[in-house]
Design a protein around this ligand. Structure first.
Ligand code: 5AD
Ligand code: SF4
Length: 431
C-alpha cells in the first residue's frame, strides 16, 4: 500500500456541513488519504465553508491567509474550498486566493477524488444530473453511537434574508429505501441514534413519503433507539409528524423549529408565510402531543425595517413560548437576496437587540436545565468524561449529561436521575 496521505478538514456552519465533511473524508479515503487534526502535517487541506452570514465567509478568507505560510513551506500541499461559499463564489475564490487548488460545491463533492488527481476541472459548482450519494463510498460510523443522515437538501422557501435557496438549490429528497438501507448499515456499525438532516427536513417528500412515514419506518429498525431531525419549517409541520411525537418513543422530545421573529410585519417582510400567532398555536399542538418536548428556534434581530415595537413582539413571543435553547443572530445582508436591497438598521441598534434576546434565551435555557433536576431521563453515552469512570452523553432532551459510571461503555443507553445543573451541562446518577 502506498504511504497514507493526510487530509485536514475544517468545517464551518451547520450540521449538514458536518455530514458532508464526513462523506468527503470517506471519498478521499479511496485515494489513500487519512484524516489528521493538524493542518501543519496535511498533504491536503479542505475548508468546508458556510455562506449563511457575512462573518462566515470572511472567516474563510482569514483562514486561507493563515494557511499561506504552510503552503509556502510545502508547495505540494493541496488546498480545497468546499461548501456554500465555494458554490456562491466559485472561481472568484481562486482569483482572490491563487493558492487555492480546488473549489467544489455541495452538490458535486463526489467528484473531489478526480479533481484532486487533476482529472476534473479545478472549479466544480455544478448541480450535476447524477446523485452524489450514488457515487460516494459506503458510510463508516465515524462519530461513535450517533450519526447524521442527510435526507433532504435545498430549499424552496426563499426567506428574504437567506442564501440557502441559491447555494444549496431547490428542494431535493433522497429515496426512502436508500435512506432505510443507509440507516440499517449505520446501525450495524454501532450507531444507536440518527439525526435526519435537511435544510427543510420536514418538507421531505422522497417517493411521496412524508417525513413522518420515513421516521415510522426507521423506528422499526432494531438497535436504532433514537431519532431526531433538523431543521424544520413551521409550515411543513403536518398532523402526522406532530402526532408521531406523541406516538413513537424513539422520536426524541426535542424540536428545532425556527420562527425568526415575533412580529407579523417582519415575518411578512421576511417572506415566512405564517404569522406569530400561527406559530404559537402550532407549538401548542406539538406540546399537546408531547408535553415534555423541548423547543429551540433561530431568531434574527434588526431585520431591515424592524421597529422597537417589532422587536418587543419578538421578545414577547420568546417569553410566551419558553425555549430550551435558541440561536440568535444579528441580521447580515447577503448579496443576491431580496432583503439585501433594503436599508439596514444602525449597528448599535442590532447589537442592543441581540444582547437582549440572547440574555433572555440564556435565562430560559438555564431554567429549562434546572427544571430537569430530580427527573429521570435516558442518556446515550457518547464519550468518556474527564474524570476516571465518568461518561458523557446526551439526554433525550439533548442536554449534555455527566455521569460517574465506571462499568459503562460508549454507546450504552441508560436511565439517569439528574442531580445537578451547571452552566452548560447536567450531572446525574445512573438508576
Ligand atoms: N442574517 C442573519 N441570520 C441569518 N440566518 C440566515 N440568513 C441570515 C442572515 N442573512 C439565520 C436564520 C436561519 C439560521 C440558519 O441562520 O436564523 O434559521
Ligand atoms: Fe433559508 Fe428560509 Fe429556506 Fe431556512 S426556510 S433555508 S431560512 S430560505
Amino acid at each position: 500500500m502506498a504511504d497514507a496521505k493526510k487530509l485536514f478538514i475544517k468545517t464551518y456552519g451547520c450540521q449538514m456541513n458536518v455530514y458532508d465533511s464526513e462523506r468527503m473524508a470517506e471519498a478521499m479515503g479511496g485515494q489513500g488519504y487519512v484524516v489528521t487534526d493538524r493542518a501543519e502535517d496535511a498533504d491536503m487541506v479542505l475548508l468546508n465553508t458556510c455562506h449563511i452570514r457575512e462573518k462566515a465567509s470572511e472567516k474563510l478568507y482569514s483562514d486561507l491567509g493563515r494557511l499561506r505560510p504552510l503552503k509556502r513551506k510545502n508547495p505540494d500541499m493541496k488546498i480545497g474550498v468546499a461548501g456554500c461559499v465555494a458554490q456562491a463564489e466559485g472561481a472568484e475564490i481562486i482569483r482572490r486566493m491563487p493558492m487555492v487548488d480546488l473549489v467544489v460545491g455541495p452538490q458535486s463533492y463526489h467528484r473531489l477524488p478526480d479533481m484532486v488527481q487533476g482529472k476534473g476541472p479545478a472549479v466544480d459548482t455544478d448541480f450535476p444530473p447524477e446523485d452524489k450519494f450514488d457515487h460516494l463510498p459506503q458510510r463508516k460510523a465515524l462519530r461513535g453511537p450517533t450519526a447524521f443522515l442527510t435526507v433532504q437538501e435545498g430549499c424552496d422557501k426563499f426567506c428574504a434574508f437567506c442564501v440557502v435557496p441559491y447555494t444549496r438549490g431547490a428542494e431535493v429528497s433522497r429515496a426512502p429505501q436508500r435512506l432505510l438501507t443507509e440507516a440499517r448499515d449505520l446501525v450495524e456499525r454501532g450507531v444507536r441514534e440518527i439525526t435526519l438532516l435537511g435544510q427543510n427536513v420536514n418538507a421531505y417528500h422522497g417517493d411521496d413519503w412524508t417525513l413522518a412515514r420515513l421516521m415510522r419506518e426507521l423506528a422499526r429498525i432494531d438497535g436504532l433507539e433514537r431519532i431526531r431531525y433538523t431543521t424544520s419549517h413551521p409550515n411543513d409541520m403536518d398532523d402526522a409528524l406532530i402526532a408521531l411525537h406523541g406516538e413513537e418513543p424513539k422520536v426524541m422530545p426535542y424540536l428545532h423549529l425556527p420562527v425568526q421573529s415575533g412580529s407579523d410585519r417582519i415575518l411578512k417582510a421576511m417572506n415566512r408565510k405564517h404569522t406569530a400567532d400561527a406559530y404559537v398555536r402550532l407549538i401548542e399542538r406539538i406540546r399537546a402531543a408531547r408535553p415534555d418536548i423541548l423547543l429551540s428556534s433561530d431568531f434574527i434581530v434588526a431585520f431591515p425595517g424592524e421597529t422597537e415595537a417589532d422587536h418587543r413582539a419578538t421578545v414577547d413571543l420568546i417569553r410566551e413560548v419558553g425555549y430550551g435553547a435558541a440561536f440568535t443572530f444579528k441580521y447580515s445582508a447577503r448579496p443576491g437576496t431580496p432583503a439585501a436591497e433594503k436599508p439596514e438598521l444602525p449597528g448599535e441598534v442590532g447589537d442592543a437587540r441581540l444582547q437582549e434576546v440572547r440574555d433572555l434565551i440564556i435565562d430560559q435555557q438555564r431554567a429549562t436545565q434546572e427544571a430537569m433536576v430530580g427527573r429521570e431521563v435516558g442518556v446515550l453515552y457518547e464519550k468518556p468524561g474527564r474524570w476516571a469512570g465518568q461518561m458523557v452523553g446526551k439526554s433525550d432532551h439533548l442536554h449534555a449529561v455527566h455521569v460517574t459510571d465506571p462499568a459503562a461503555k460508549v454507546g450504552d443507553l441508560v436511565r439517569v436521575r439528574i442531580t445537578e445543573s451547571t452552566a452548560n451541562s447536567l450531572a446525574g446518577v445512573r438508576v
